[in-house]
Each structure stands twice: as structure tokens, then as C-alpha cells.
Write a protein that binds this ligand. Structure first.
Ligand SMILES: Nc1ncnc2c1ncn2[C@@H]1O[C@H](COP(=O)(O)OP(=O)(O)OP(=O)(O)O)[C@@H](O)[C@H]1O
Length: 717
């Protein structure tokens, strides 16, 4: 590994006094970080070891500083790149911005980021932040990850599915690159198997890549696994006794406060704590961790409703939500400073739990819950459940305060309950539907899923169920290989396999326009907004969108009505010269329309965003896009052919029986088909509260099932 220092590109910022002062400030901040004194030692350890585990307190400087240390130490000579993976998009983007600023370079030049559908890198990028999922996709085209000299897997304690799969793959790449010429056969074999099955485009790319690598000795890859709350021993054992380094020291102290007794209503306790901090504590913004969009919007409304109770002349409270389905420009609002005279209250899911530094945050409120995926392989049912956080998550949450100065974290549960929490979160791979992972691994040439070297193996039952699921969707052949072309096409779409299959089928059945909208709308969270106190008003406003066919066509109606409104405005505005005026007017118009119709504008915008992204993908893949127009029969047949695994039949007593699992279910009260007489339906979601409910439901004909999915229904299921 080269050890020469590499000069940093000089800044092209204008050298006015402000920017010089800012640079000085950043330099001083960097020098004060706990990680600064151990720079040399860390560089030496990376040079000495192939795999290094780094554990250091939140805010000590791991994410922002280590890549810069390695750059300075010459790890990017010969054009190689240091790749840093993050479990979340927002962290990849904001950390890259910060590091670019610290380096005094423009984002996208020496420092950049790459996340799904958004790439801010260039040929000169040497430090690249990205999501773990994105690096997995890169591995499809470059199995050696040959551009990288170092890969840093950050926040590994989160154990997302992508992190776990990535670690398994990296193990292979490390082995292959430790002796890249002689060991190449190892990966070449895999790649060879793969190329015989790959679609032509991938095949060509891969062959070109292999030729390019032929005889070339790639330098060994370095892997760093890091987190503030890592089971260092587990990771070390997985990598054959890898060295672990602990960085001592925290930047600023965070006071942890607990309640004396458990709270019976944590949302109410959250509200009280927000106002207590606001009235009794000094300046500083508040970050609140909630479990999802609905909860966030509920607390947002409650805060608004109580604002008038604030004493005259007190500082104003400004609520800002952040959750994963919020469009990214709206997510970025949390990073802007609060206007003068305001205190920011950021209402966040665990999207803001790791890696991010939100300027101004001094107080964290942690009710101690998180929404986590869980999967029942016997029923093939995935659901989201609200569960207590782990100790590692609680630590990360408190770590968001105290990044710019001392902070406070209010845990809304007694200290004895903290002691009872699990140390770390159960790896996602052990509690999710594995169809997507398996599809990706197959596309990467890993055929033996059960034998794959996972850090923690998912259950055999879950693997088999997911293989069966993919087989039924036509993604796998009889001998469990990716089918051509369907399996390969599905692996290229960044969607749940069942949605990918629906798009492929819809292109054959001439209703891809409708299915693109459906998949986009189903991927966004709750499009309709039904406040309890205005339920009748909401129902009558939404009447014009309702389709007797069910929820899918209803969602299409909403999407098209919004589209018509925005397009009409565009035409009316084409005369208008002032761009800003047009944008402002459109925005106002759209908001009013959403409000009048009780539609969640944020979710609808997100759906429009997803729509344009997946449309881009299917266009690239060359799938014919056409519309079935008013022929809703054709569209419903396509829904039946796509979602046949989620069909339910009406029972004499009025409930439904899910045909695949035999479970007794009811149509959710928010569905258009609630209380309808539909004999047979397909659905997209099964949620369990006190009852088992199906949501996103459309009526179909029972006989279509054996006609459109004979491979399943002819088996007598
Ligand atoms: N966008 C930012 N704005 C202001 N300060 C920042 C920003 N990003 C980082 N910092 C400062 O740099 C410090 C180090 O951040 P960094 O993300 O490198 O820490 P870390 O050790 O990786 O923490 P974590 O484990 O929580 O991800 C922060 O505590 C904060 O003081």
C-alpha cells in the first residue's frame, strides 16, 4: 500500500474573510475531536491489517475524519477511492457535504456521495459516501470492487440486511484481492456461471471488466468496520480474529435523565417533555424520536394545537418532521438553522439516529420505541411492529445531543428498564422476508444461499420460504437459478420482487402506465389523511376518487387528478415569466387541493418522485409502456396475475380467508371495499392489530386465479 502523503486539491472558494474564518473554525473543531490525537496510530493499524474494527464514542470523529486520514496517508494514489457505506441515505448525503466543506472542496469533486437515484461523484472523487445497498449494486458490475482501496462499513451495529450481505461479499473480495492474480479463479468461476445466465448487457459489461482485470494485480483491499456501539468481538471473530481498536473519549458530555415511573402513554409524555424543555431549559433545539410518519404527524398537530398556551413573548416553537418517505429536499430542512426567535423541534424516526449531526440540537427526547420489521416464514407474512429500542440504539439517540456542546437526553422510561433492554438490535436479516436479498445474491452469482457465509444465518425456513416465493413469481428456474429474462429483469429493479414482477407483467398486458402509478402510490405512506374529528368531511371530499373496483384504481384516480391539476397550472403559467411566482403559485394551489381533498401532500409528492424514478428504470430496460385506458378489467386481471399469492375469498359469515396462508382476515375500514360484497379480492398488505386486516384491496374473479396463476392454484392451494 502506498504510504506517500498526497497533497489535497486547493479550494476554489473565494477567499473572502468569511470563508477564511469558517475554514479556521472548522480546522480548530477538527483538531479538538477525540480522534485527532490518534491519527497516526490509526493509519499504522490500517496499513498493518487487512480488516480493522474501530469502536469509538458517538461524535468522536470516526465518520468524518478517518476517510480524510487515509486520504492524507496516500490510500488514494493511483486514482483509488475510499468508500464509506452508511445504512441511510440522509447520513451519506449530509456527511459528504460536511467532509467536502472540511476539505475545502466542492461537493462531487474530491468528496462525493452516491445513493439510489442521486449521484454526486465525478472522476476526481476519492472519498465516496454511499448507502450499503448502493455498494451492493456496484458489486454486480465490478465484483472485485476494483476502484476501492479501502471500504469502510460505518454504523455496522445497525445490522441492516444490506450491511450483513455486504460483509459476506466483502469477505470474498478481500480473499480474492489479497492475492488477486492467483486467487482470481475463485471469483472468475462465480462470475463465469453468472455470465452464462446474465442478460446480454450485463454479460458484455462483465466480460469487458474481466478482460480489463486480466493479469492485472489489484492491490489488497482494506476493510474497516466501525460503530460507536459495536459488538467488536463478534465482528472480529467473523473476520478470523481481526484487530479491534477502541478510541477513547467523547467530545461533549450528555446528561441522561430517566423518568421515575414507566409512562402509560409515551406520546403524551413526549408532548409534556417538549413543552417542559421549551419553558424551563436554556436555548438549543430539540430532537424527538418517534416510530413513524403517522405518529410524527400526530405529535406535530398536537404541538401546533398547544402553541397558543405558551406565555406571551416566549420563544416560538417550530416543528420539522423527518422520516424516510419524505422527499429528500424536505428532509434537508432539519439541517437549516431555526429562524431568529424560534426553537426547532425535530420529529424524527430512527432515520436521524446514527451518523448525522443536526446543527443546533442540544436536547434529545427518546420515548424508547422503534418500528421494526418482523417476518413469519410459516405464514409468509411480514409486518411492522413497535418494539422497545436496544441499548445500542438508545446510545446512538443520546449521541445526537452533545455534538456541538454539552447536551441532555430525556429517556421517557425508568433507568431500570434501560438495564433490561437488549444490548443490540436483532439483525434485520433474521426478521425479514429474504426474497429481495436472495434475488440480489443470485444476481451476484451466489447460488448456494444456505451455504453463504452470513455473519448470522437467517433461519433455513425463512430462506426456503423466500426461494419458494421467488420461484412462484417466476424469478427462479427449477434448479434455483435466476430465470432469463424475468429473474434478471427483476433483480435490476430496486423494488420488492413482487412489485418488480407486477411491472414486467403489466408491460405484457398493456397496462404498465397504471401499474407504475400503483407501485409508486403503494410505496409511499398513507395517501389519504383521515382525521378522527373530521371523518365525515374527509369521506365526502374523497368520494370523487373512489373506484368500485377497489383501492388500486382509487389511488390511480388520485394520482391522475393531481397530475391534471399540476399540468393545467403549468399551461396556464406558460405565459408567466417569473419562475419564482410560478413555483410559489403552484405550490400554494397544490397544497390547497390536498387540504380540500384530505390528501397527504407529502406522501403524494413522494409517490410522484418514486414514479418518475421507476419509470426511468423501466424505460432503460426497454419495457413497452402503454395504458389500458378505461379497460379496468385488463388492469384488474393484471393485479390478479401479479398478486395471486395475496388473494382472499369471502366466507359465509362475512370475513375473508387468505388463500395462501389460510388466515382469517377482514378488509380494513379505510379500504374502499370495506363492507363491500366482493367475493374474491387481492391485497398488498396484511396488518395485525387486534384483528388481522388486509389493506390495498381490489376485487377480482376467483376463476382468474387458476387461469392466470395455474402453477400455484392448480397445485390445490
Ligand atoms: N454537519 C455538521 N455540522 C456541524 N458539525 C458537524 C457536522 N458533521 C460533523 N460535525 C462535528 O464533527 C463531529 C464528529 O462527527 P462524526 O460524524 O465524524 O462522528 P462519529 O464518531 O462518526 O459519530 P457517530 O458514531 O455518531 O456517527 C461531531 O460531533 C460534530 O461536532
Amino acid at each position: 500500500m502506498p504510504s506517500m502523503a498526497q497533497p489535497r486539491p486547493s479550494s476554489n472558494h473565494t477567499r473572502n474573510s468569511d470563508s477564511i474564518a469558517r475554514k479556521d473554525k472548522l480546522k480548530k473543531q477538527r483538531e479538538c475531536l477525540p480522534i485527532a490525537p490518534v491519527k497516526q496510530r490509526l493509519i499504522e493499524e490500517v496499513k498493518k491489517h487487512g480488516v480493522l474494527i474501530i469502536v469509538g464514542e458517538t461524535g468522536s470523529g470516526k465518520t468524518t475524519q478517518i476517510p480524510q486520514f487515509l486520504f492524507d496517508a496516500g490510500f488514494c494514489l493511483n486514482g483509488q477511492v475510499i468508500g464509506v457505506t452508511q445504512p441511510r441515505r440522509v447520513a451519506a448525503v449530509t456527511v459528504a457535504k460536511r467532509v467536502a466543506e472540511e476539505c475545502g472542496v466542492e461537493l462531487g469533486q474530491m468528496v462525493g456521495y452516491s445513493i439510489r437515484f442521486d449521484d454526486k461523484t465525478s472522476a476526481s472523487t476519492r472519498i465516496k459516501y454511499m448507502t450499503d445497498g448502493l455498494l451492493l449494486r456496484e458489486a454486480l458490475l465490478d465484483p472485485y470492487l476494483s476502484r476501492y482501496s479501502v471500504i469502510i462499513v460505518d454504523e455496522a451495529h445497525e445490522r441492516t440486511v444490506h450491511t450483513d450481505v455486504l460483509l459476506g461479499l466483502l469477505k470474498d473480495v478481500l480473499k480474492a484481492r489479497s492475492n488477486s492474480v492467483t486467487d482470481r479463479a475463485h471469483i472468475d468461476n462465480k462470475t463465469q456461471n453468472k455470465s452464462t445466465l446474465m442478460e446480454e448487457e450485463n454479460d458484455r459489461h462483465r466480460t469487458a471488466f474481466l478482460k480489463q482485470c486480466q493479469g492485472r494485480k489489484l492491490p489488497p483491499l482494506k476493510l474497516i468496520v466501525m460503530s460507536a456501539s459495536l459488538d467488536a468481538r463478534g465482528f472480529s471473530e467473523y473476520f478470523g480474529g481481526a484487530k479491534a481498536v477502541h478510541i477513547e473519549g467523547r467530545q461533549h458530555p450528555v446528561d441522561i435523565l430517566y423518568t421515575l415511573q414507566p409512562e402509560s402513554d409515551y406520546l403524551d409524555a413526549t408532548l409534556i417533555t417538549i413543552f417542559q424543555i421549551h419553558l424551563q431549559e436554556g436555548p438549543g433545539d430539540i430532537l424527538v424520536f418517534l416510530t413513524g410518519q403517522e405518529e410524527i404527524e400526530g405529535v406535530e398537530r398536537s404541538v401546533q394545537e398547544r402553541l397558543h398556551q405558551l406565555p406571551e413573548g416566549s420563544r416560538k416553537l417550530l416543528t420539522i418532521p423527518i422520516f424516510s418517505s419524505l422527499p429528500s429536499e424536505q428532509q434537508m430542512r432539519v439541517f437549516m438553522p431555526a429562524p431568529a426567535g424560534h426553537r426547532k423541534v425535530i420529529l424524527a424516526t430512527n432515520i436521524a439516529e446514527t451518523s448525522v449531526t443536526i446543527p443546533g440540537i442540544k436536547y434529545v427526547i427518546d420515548p424508547g420505541f422503534v418500528k421494526a420489521r418482523s417476518y413469519d416464514p410459516a405464514k409468509g407474512m411480514e409486518s411492522l411492529k413497535v418494539i422497545p429500542t436496544s441499548k445500542a440504539q438508545a446510545l446512538q439517540r443520546s449521541g445526537r445531543a452533545g455534538r456541538e456542546g454539552p447536551g441532555k437526553c430525556f429517556r421517557l422510561y425508568p433507568e431500570r428498564e434501560f438495564d433490561r433492554l437488549e444490548d443490540s438490535t436483532e439483525p434485520e436479516i433474521k426478521r425479514c422476508n429474504l426474497s429481495n436479498v436472495i434475488l440480489q445474491l443470485k444476481a451476484l452469482g451466489v447460488d448456494d444461499i444456505i451455504g453463504f457465509d452470513f455473519m448470522e444465518k437467517p433461519s433455513r425456513a425463512a430462506i426456503i420460504k423466500s426461494l419458494e416465493h421467488l420461484f412462484l413469481l417466476g424469478a427462479l428456474t427449477d434448479d434455483c437459478k435466476l430465470s432469463d429474462p424475468v429473474g434478471h429483469q427483476m433483480s435490476r429493479l430496486p423494488l420488492d420482487p413482487v412489485y418488480s414482477k407486477a411491472l414486467i407483467l403489466a408491460s405484457q398486458l398493456s397496462c404498465l402506465e397504471e401499474m407504475l402509478i400503483t407501485v409508486a402510490m403503494l410505496s409511499a405512506e398513507s395517501i389519504f389523511y383521515n382525521p378522527r374529528d373530521k371523518s365525515d368531511e374527509a369521506k365526502s371530499a374523497q368520494k370523487s376518487f373512489l373506484s368500485p373496483d377497489g383501492d388500486h384504481s382509487t389511488l390511480i384516480n388520485v394520482y391522475r387528478a393531481a397530475d391534471e391539476l399540476l399540468e393545467k397550472r403549468k399551461m396556464e403559467d406558460s405565459e408567466e415569466r417569473n419562475e419564482k411566482n410560478i413555483k410559489g403559485k403552484n405550490e400554494k394551489n397544490f397544497r390547497k387541493w390536498c387540504k380540500d381533498n384530505f390528501i397527504n401532500g407529502r406522501s403524494l409528492r413522494h409517490a410522484r418522485d418514486i414514479h418518475s424514478q421507476i419509470r426511468g428504470h423501466v424505460e432503460q430496460m426497454g419495457l413497452p409502456i402503454s395504458s389500458c385506458g378505461d379497460d379496468t378489467l385488463q388492469f384488474r386481471r393484471c393485479l390478479a396475475a401479479s398478486f395471486f399469492l395475496n388473494a382472499a375469498l369471502k366466507q359465509p359469515e362475512g370475513t375473508y380467508r387468505a388463500l395462501a396462508s389460510g388466515q382469517v382476515v377482514q378488509i380494513h375500514p379505510t379500504s374502499v371495499l370495506h363492507r363491500s360484497k366482493a367475493e374474491c379480492v387481492i391485497f398488498n398488505e396484511l396488518v395485525q392489530t387486534n384483528q388481522k386486516y388486509i389493506r390495498s384491496v381490489t376485487r377480482i374473479e376467483y376463476l382468474w386465479l387458476s387461469e392466470l396463476a395455474p402453477h400455484y392454484y392448480a397445485m390445490g392451494s
